[in-house]
Design a protein around this ligand. Structure first.
Ligand code: BGC
Length: 367
């Protein structure tokens, strides 16, 4: 439903953007007003933060590239790079984009604060910046993401639901959060705490360097020895990648407790099918990616963002940034069909391949 509604809205946006093709340049002084308005013949720089979490290469990149191509009749070029969790490398990648004179930049920052310098450099070179998913500091022109505090609340609520009668103050849970360099991680954490605090005891809590599944695995092992395996009622994991590492540690200790996640990664959905993971947060990447593409193309062409960006956000350094924030859904065994399968993110065959066949049959997924 939501996806369909968004597709219609996105279609309307494309029409309205095309319709205002002759709109005047948006106060951009970088070219002294001399440069002719750009058509489809633009270059968009796209920088994503890491490749251990599946979403970036599997969804974000191809979806953004596809939409940019659609919006420009295949005329635009996309220059892509992935920072592999290295903030210094990402700064170099921005420099390269500036040297190559891209028309606009879409950046998902490894480190939202450290990127500020690079955003400023790009803007000084006349290149507008769209912050993607993570709210980069600095003079960005637009932002697209999800309601990230709501993601954390959704995770916390699902964990309480999974604990059921065990959701009491004497129940101990472990919280494994994302990276401190990612402002989203702070919002997920805040949202989750707002739901869990006072309802259960948070026996151990970690911020995980680089969102790394291996680091999450070590944190879980440490929590098991510190808290005692019999005393752990559930685990808050901020995303599916880390949930993978956490569940490996739990299994090694012979433990099976509810674990949360986020991203609806294929491996995460498969763990939900088998019952190893309780939930994930389904964030439909298409509307997020498409909004980024719409805004980047509009900015490169000097058009207004008004028809696309209905929200506004503020970062530590920038007020009232035009934004698109996409709603999220809690994903459990109960709604795999109505979410990721219905939206065409995965086919039932993909989810139910090989060893997942029997568990899928029990859920009626491969019928
Ligand atoms: C994203 C998540 C992702 C995490 C690790 C966050 O900023 O919103 O979807 O799992 O980074 O890359």
């Amino acid at each position: 439903m939501r996806r369909a509604a968004f597709a219609v809205a996105a279609g309307a946006m494309a029409v309205s953007l095309a319709a205002c093709g002759s709109a005047k340049e948006s106060g951009d002084k970088s070219d002294g007003g001399k440069k002719a308005a750009k058509g489809g013949d633009i270059t968009v720089g796209l920088l994503l933060p890491e490749n251990k979490t599946a979403r970036y290469e599997k969804f974000d990149r191809p979806l953004i590239e596809k939409k940019i191509s659609e919006l420009t009749n295949g005329k635009a070029k996309v220059e892509y790079n992935n920072a592999r969790q290295d903030a210094n490398l990402q700064a170099q990648q921005v420099d390269t984009m500036i040297t190559n004179k891209v028309d606009v930049l879409i950046v998902d920052a490894v480190d939202a604060k450290a990127i500020q310098n690079s955003v400023q450099k790009a803007v000084d070179a006349g290149i507008k910046v769209v912050a993607y998913d993570r709210l980069a500091e600095g003079p960005i022109s637009a932002y697209t993401s999800f309601d990230n505090t709501q993601v954390g609340k959704t995770q916390g609520e699902a964990l309480l639901k999974a604990l059921g009668a065990k959701a009491t103050k004497s129940s101990k849970i472990v919280m494994i959060n994302g990276s401190v360099t990612d402002p989203n991680a702070a919002q997920f954490k805040k949202g989750a705490h707002s739901v869990l605090d006072g309802k259960v005891t948070i026996a151990k809590e970690y911020d995980t360097k680089e969102w790394s599944p291996d680091n999450a695995n070590s944190e879980m092992e440490a929590a098991i020895s510190a808290v005692g395996k019999k005393n752990i009622a559930g685990v808050y994991s901020a995303n599916d990648g880390m949930a993978g590492g956490i569940i490996t540690a739990l299994k090694a200790a012979g433990l099976s407790v509810p674990v949360t996640g986020q991203d609806a990664e294929l491996a995460g959905v498969q763990r939900i099918v088998t019952g190893d993971q309780y939930m994930s947060v389904y964030k439909p990447y298409a509307p997020e990616a498409e909004a980024a593409a719409e805004m980047a193309v509009a900015l490169a062409q000097g058009k207004s963002l008004d028809s696309v960006a209905k929200d506004k956000v503020s970062s530590g350094s920038q007020k009232d940034v035009p934004a698109v924030l996409v709603p999220v859904t809690s994903l459990t065994k109960a709604n795999i069909k109505d979410t990721v399968i219905k939206d065409g993110v995965y086919t039932a065959d993909e989810i139910c391949a090989g060893k997942y066949k029997a568990a899928c049959e029990k859920l009626g997924l491969n019928k």
